[in-house]
Design a protein around this ligand. Sequence first.
Ligand SMILES: [Zn+2]
Length: 136
Amino acid sequence: MSEFKKPQPSPTAWTQSFWQHCAKDRLMLLRCTSCGAHHVPTRRVCACGSSHFDSVESKGSGVIISFTEVHRAPDPAFKEELPYVIAIIELQEGARLMSNIIQSEVSDIGIGKTVQCVFETLEETVGVPKFKLLKE
Ligand SMILES: [Zn+2]
């Protein structure tokens, strides 16, 4: 066990439901009621200008848009995980988010590869969506 503690999500009134659902293995997105675009809940205004959203569950699958392999920890709390991969994932619904690719061979990770969401539960009310490569 590391003596350093990794930073945790800090739910706000706007994002609390998102983190709670992640703790129950559910990835929830906002769907714009005006144009239908999907977003992760850090967004409060859609590109179309609307700020009215429904909450919908994502299928949790997507593709890697970009990624980097981290070899030097930005914080001592991440040293044990080196090397690790940070990626931008475009979900099947069109929303994009940044996360880690885990449970995967780093040499197999690439742009355009298909990934599936896997959840890391930190507390009863806070989970974090991470992704693993799907076998092709
Ligand atoms: Zn919209």
